[in-house]
Design a protein around this ligand. Sequence first.
Ligand SMILES: *Cc1c(COP(=O)(O)O)cnc(C)c1O
Length: 408
Amino acid sequence: MQTMNKTTDSLLASAKQSLLYTANRPEVVMTRGEGMYLWDTDDKCYLDFIGGWAVTSLGHSPAALQEALTYQSGQLVHASPGFYNKPMVEFADLLTEVSGFDKVFFASSGAEANESAIKLARKHGALHLNGAYEIITLTNSFHGRSLAMMSATGKEAFKPLFEPKVPGFIHVPINDFDACFAAISDRTCAIMLELVQGEGGVHAVDGPYLQALRKACDIYNIMLIFDEVQTGLGRTGKLFAYEHYGIMPDVMTLAKGIGSGFPLSAMLTTAEFDLFEPGDQGGTYSAAPLGMAAGHAVVSEIIRLGLADNAALQGDLIKEKLTALSTEYPISQVRGKGLLLAFDVPEGSAPMLAAECFKKGLLVNAPNQSAIRLMPPLIVSADDVEQMISILAIALETVGLKNEAICS
Ligand SMILES: *Cc1c(COP(=O)(O)O)cnc(C)c1O
């Protein structure tokens, strides 16, 4: 044990010395993952309800991903973005078939997929809307960390950073059609939104609002873009969140769960918006064979195992158990779809509660001072849910969050 701790200490010391300080991380080093669990260098085990940040859809180190990576790395890792490769064609076929879209462009991260969507929208503006270039996005949204996507993001904390921002993004409040309508002008080429705001604290858009957006986009020939980077591929209890609403966008972006940990993203669109010409968009790693094989294996497995249905089932179970907990503990606003869930705790206590859960071997995320977000792997079972709830109850107890204490 002593030597183990020494290893951890020296790794942490090296990390502080050589890594740029871009995130507050706890004093542990993760080494291994399997299914719902992560282990650190001291062999402490964590039940993972963060799921690699809504990424490890199949759980940690899934066999299907290991096999695909092993096989493909023995065949061809990288051919050049200038050539077709077999996994690229197979994965494009699969994704277009299951998504309802006609065309796909592949990249490596959510931000890049969204950049592609914005480029496509501006191309549409240039070709069909007299050079319209503005994109309307939502307050409290999150679209990524490239400079353009920080400009698209409607997060207060991003506002003062890295000025000047990329121009042409307008932010309006969620579920307020009048505000959006007022922002539409002859400069508008697209509206981009998340159907359930993930980083923003798990807030879903309303059906009638989305219907009104679709209608406005149709009338004014504005492109409607759904950022399904977090909500896509089974996360919300449907393969794609747009299915909850019965409303198709013109463009949908995917990342996070698409590779279950392999860095991969996609932008999908319809034949109508097949507007890119050679030179407009690309990337050294776009549709590279290793990633394509990984994505194909992951998406096939999500479908084969019916993980969207499991997400719906376990999501309902989690909501039910959280609601039951709320009689004893100050838990409110249990919300979300499938396995993208959150609840509120008294203002200021969310980070402390997440830290206490961490101590007790449960990973949950506090996206702000008052919310706890859950986004476990889609393979989560009823037993895992039971275990999560019991650790959460103990953690609530330990940090002194009790209903009685609030009432008296
Ligand atoms: C995580 C996220 C992104 C950014 O994805 P990266 O892979 O980190 O670039 C964009 N949009 C949404 C909705 C996200 O949740």
